[in-house]
Design a protein around this ligand. Structure first.
Ligand SMILES: Nc1ncnc2c1ncn2[C@@H]1O[C@H](COP(=O)(O)OP(=O)(O)O)[C@@H](O)[C@H]1O
Ligand SMILES: [Mg+2]
Length: 256
């Protein structure tokens, strides 16, 4: 059975997509078979792995809408060994309105991924989500085991974190009793500022919550990689950011 993990934060610009891409690439480097699933209509995971969302014929939107026979019809192999993509394009934002039944609309993704031997074909399935708790994120929460929460070192982060924890709690009660918080990964860390250091310290004091030792520092390298459509583990294989995502992958492997 694949280990399923989603990056969720409810906010934009905190490093969800960057973490999904680079954790996926680092796990693939470690020899794990990884499927990355783009559940955000912004399609940044898709472009971040080198594809043009506007030119992809079959996407996760077709899976949601039942326009493909099975989800693997939409899988793409990437340039990187062991790494596959279930891509998105912007029409994903409209899929909710196109569904003609309101029955089980929160379980569409879970049902699609539980068929066709998908769970047995991968070691990991990683999900990227939009910056809200709407239809797409709820479908992801119903389909996964583990939530990974990127927390950007900024003033609003703790409020955002509380919202994620509340949402996960509600989803566990109502939708998916298996749901667990895998942990928090601190992103955009600038250790030259007291702010980042104090916030990290504060996060680590929250009881019953794993904060990974690995921190993702603020670096222009990660901005460059999103534009280039290449994971940092390949784009700048020996950069600090690449080493950090490899170390996060090792911590994740130890926790699941
Ligand atoms: N640690 C980092 N340092 C600098 N820039 C980053 C870092 N992580 C992500 N970015 C950049 O910040 C922007 C937002 O990150 P992204 O992963 O897309 O966030 P989200 O998916 O949560 O909206 C992107 O342009 C990305 O390249
Ligand atoms: Mg994103």
């Amino acid at each position: 059975m694949a280990i399923t993990i989603a990056c969720i934060s409810g906010k934009g610009g905190v490093g969800k997509t960057t973490t999904t891409i680079n954790l996926a690439a680092a796990l693939a480097e470690r020899g794990r078979r990884v499927l990355a699933v783009d559940c955000d209509p912004q399609s940044n995971l898709t472009s971040g792995l080198g594809f043009d969302p506007y030119r992809i014929p079959v996407t996760i939107g077709d899976v949601f809408a039942g326009r493909v026979r099975s989800a693997p019809d939409a899988f793409l192999s990437t340039h990187w060994e062991n790494l596959w993509l279930l891509p998105a394009k912007p029409d994903l934002s409209a899929v909710e309105n196109d569904l003609n039944s309101s029955l089980n609309r929160e379980l569409l993704l879970r049902d699609a991924l539980s068929r066709d031997g998908i769970q047995a074909s991968f070691d990991f399935i990683l999900f990227d989500t939009p910056p809200n708790f709407g239809f797409h994120t709820v479908n992801v929460l119903a389909a996964i085991r583990y939530v990974l929460i990127p927390v950007q070192m900024s003033g609003y982060a703790i409020k955002g974190l509380k919202e994620v924890l509340r949402t996960v709690h509600a989803a566990r009660q109502r939708l998916n009793p298996e749901l667990r918080i895998l942990g928090i990964v601190a992103t955009f860390v600038n250790l030259r500022t007291n702010f980042s250091r104090d916030m990290l310290e504060g996060l680590r004091e929250i009881p019953n919550l794993t904060v990974f030792d690995t921190i993702i520092k603020l670096t222009v390298k990660l901005q460059e990689t999103s534009l280039a459509g290449i994971p940092v583990t390949s784009y700048a294989a020996s950069s600090e950011a690449a080493l950090a995502y490899r170390s996060l992958a090792d911590e994740v492997l130890a926790h699941v």
